[in-house]
Write a protein that binds this ligand. Structure first.
Ligand code: GDP
Length: 298
């Protein structure tokens, strides 16, 4: 990323004067972590999460012996990078659908986050790679043409969608989808719930009611990677209402540094499972913590 100075470069100056010292002292580490703090804020990590992270790393770094083979600056970058990777999750986490079928996957998130597109991308992946028989249903009765949008995507990825019946509530549709999935022997049922521009009570109640009757095995929160300081609110609100099992971060093909990944992980405690890497329906990858850590630090 040309537009950001890399963390190693930033730290170079701070640490030039430290060469040859025995251990990282608190003042040195604090000076270095001021740069880390700026890098994280520039990467869109939410402020409370930045604080929590920087405090943790300071504690870890102070008093560490300075390794002979690398500069103190490189050493702090390594400590920060390791801490970031650990916090983001050590391994790629795929969906866990090992249940008596149909396994229900519920997609939640704000409108425009990429929820419907991601539903189709995951369905495509499960069909092609996992050889699963997948049924998708849109529960969005607010946005005109939302159900048709999913049907169109379904045709594009050769995945079945629940026939549209006008006038049904989201709970009615979920019930009908579940019955259809059971009767027709589908392995996976993906429920694309309605989004709103902002978190609101009606959306949350509707989402809870759907979760109650469909007992999803996975509930994935879809978040735009460009969600900045608001990421904490989004994650907090959704995770208070339903038992999230993971997060999908969309639009990582853009110039987002991906700090939302850290915010999401810190607030929900749940793994980021996938990243969206394009508008096309094959633009979905398993989340790689170390790769995103590098991107956040620049
Ligand atoms: P929803 O309102 O949350 O269901 O959002 P949509 O699925 O309708 O997506 C909104 C827009 O974002 C569409 O134009 C999608 O093509 C686009 N989109 C979704 N995921 C990605 C992604 O990973 N990268 C890019 N570049 N665009 C995406």
């Amino acid at each position: 990323m040309v537009m950001f100075e890399s963390l190693s470069d930033r730290l170079g100056g701070v640490f030039d004067r430290l060469r040859g010292r025995g251990a990282l002292n608190e003042a040195d580490v604090r000076a270095a972590l001021r740069e880390v703090r700026i890098a994280l804020l520039e990467a869109d990590v939410a402020l409370p999460v930045v604080r929590q992270f920087v405090d943790g790393v300071t504690e870890k770094a102070v008093g560490q012996s300075v390794l002979k083979s690398i500069t103190p600056g490189q050493q702090v970058v390594k400590i920060v990078n390791d801490a970031l990777t650990e916090m983001l999750g050590s391994d790629a986490a795929d969906l866990d659908l090992d249940v008596t079928p149909p396994a229900v996957v519920m997609m939640v998130g704000l409108q425009g986050s990429g929820k419907t597109t991601t539903t189709a991308k995951i369905a495509k992946r499960l069909t092609e790679k996992g050889r699963k028989k997948v049924l998708m249903a849109s529960l969005d009765v607010n946005r005109p043409a939302a159900q048709e949008q999913l049907a169109t995507l379904g045709t594009q990825v050769s995945v079945a969608t629940l026939p549209i019946v006008a006038g049904q509530t989201p709970v009615d549709i979920a019930r009908r989808a579940l019955q259809a999935a059971k009767l027709q022997g589908f392995d996976v049922l993906m429920l694309d719930t309605a989004g709103r521009l902002h978190v609101d009570q009606a959306l949350m109640e509707e989402m809870r009611a759907v979760a109650e009757i469909s007992t999803p095995h996975e509930i994935l929160l879809v978040v735009d990677a460009l969600t900045g300081q608001d990421a904490v609110n989004v994650a907090t609100n959704f995770s208070q209402q339903v038992a999230l099992t993971g997060v999908v971060l969309t639009r990582m093909d853009g110039d987002a540094r991906g700090g939302a990944a850290l915010s999401m992980r810190a607030v929900t405690g749940k793994p980021i499972k996938f990243v969206g890497t394009g508008e096309k329906l094959d633009g979905l990858e398993l989340f790689q913590p170390s790769r995103v850590a590098g991107r956040i630090l620049g």
